[in-house]
Design a protein around this ligand. Structure first.
Ligand SMILES: Nc1ncnc2c1ncn2[C@@H]1O[C@H](COP(=O)(O)OP(=O)(O)O)[C@@H](O)[C@H]1O
Ligand SMILES: [Mg+2]
Length: 240
């Protein structure tokens, strides 16, 4: 089976000299969800920014058979929808509906078609009732859903979710996980949330210093890299 995303020897250095990616090889296959774990600063977001050409480093990336380069950018961005960690970055129109319709309008659809797609996407994320509201008045969970709707309205084949549950309360996290479970697209899920990865991902990779240091099931990776919050309890004090 051909990979939807095929990344070969990806390297990237920021202008200040920071080497953020140092030879990443990665494949995403149809139907799978892959979790990306790794410490803060290990290169996860830099990696994600390469998947729709927001950054372009050394090496090669193909998305559904299209090389990621300047000529193919719009085609690549139709295939890969990236939901950023900070929804504020993604929401900037006066109403939710306009925000979600922005992407489809940009694809060249008519106003009617774009609105139709936006309403359908809002329905998918359970936000139909908020179409006329101002995005900045929404809760963090609602903002995240609207940001996801904005991506779904572009009908991508692949969803890339960069720390989607980070700013949400536990019920908000749970319902977002349920939403992602209901979406048929192949997914890349960057997360520190092991429960979220357990619920959604078929396998996991572990980033360290701009490289993938391990790959396996979520449980394998969590165990190998000691990657959960379980506190090792000290023996109880004998003073009382
Ligand atoms: N705009 C930037 N300019 C310079 N260095 C950056 C920039 N963004 C990120 N970095 C650096 O690149 C490395 C990888 O960062 P990032 O991809 O954001 O990691 P992660 O998402 O895993 O936390 C870090 O050392 C970080 O400080
Ligand atoms: Mg990040």
């Amino acid at each position: 089976m051909d990979a939807l995303i095929d990344v070969r020897s990806l390297c990237f250095r920021y202008d200040d000299g920071t080497v953020a990616l140092d030879g990443v090889d990665f494949q995403l296959y149809p139907g799978e969800t892959v979790a990306i774990f790794g410490a803060n600063g290990s290169g996860k977001t830099t990696f994600v920014l390469h998947l729709n050409g927001l950054l372009m480093g050394g090496g090669a990336i193909t998305i559904c058979g299209n090389a990621v380069n300047k000529q193919n950018l719009s085609r690549v961005r139709e295939k890969v929808g990236v939901v950023f960690q900070d929804s504020e970055m993604q929401l900037f129109m006066p109403t939710v509906l306009e925000d979600v319709a922005f992407g489809p309008l940009n694809l060249g659809l008519s106003r009617e078609e774009a609105s139709e797609r936006a309403l359908e996407a809002l329905k998918q994320v359970g936000m139909s009732g908020c179409a006329a509201r101002a995005p900045y008045h929404l809760s963090a969970g609602e903002k995240k859903r609207v940001a996801v709707a904005g991506i779904l309205a572009m009908r991508p084949e692949i969803l890339v979710l960069d720390e989607p549950t980070t700013f949400l309360d536990p019920p908000g996290q749970r319902s977002l996980i349920e939403l992602f479970e209901s979406l048929p697209q192949a997914k890349i899920l960057v997360t520190h949330d092991v429960e979220c990865a357990r619920a959604l991902a078929h396998r996991a990779v572990f980033f360290e210093k701009g490289r993938i240091r391990g790959e396996g099931s979520v449980e394998d990776i969590v165990a190998r890299f000691n990657w959960d919050r379980t506190v090792i309890r000290r023996p109880t004090s004998s003073r009382h």
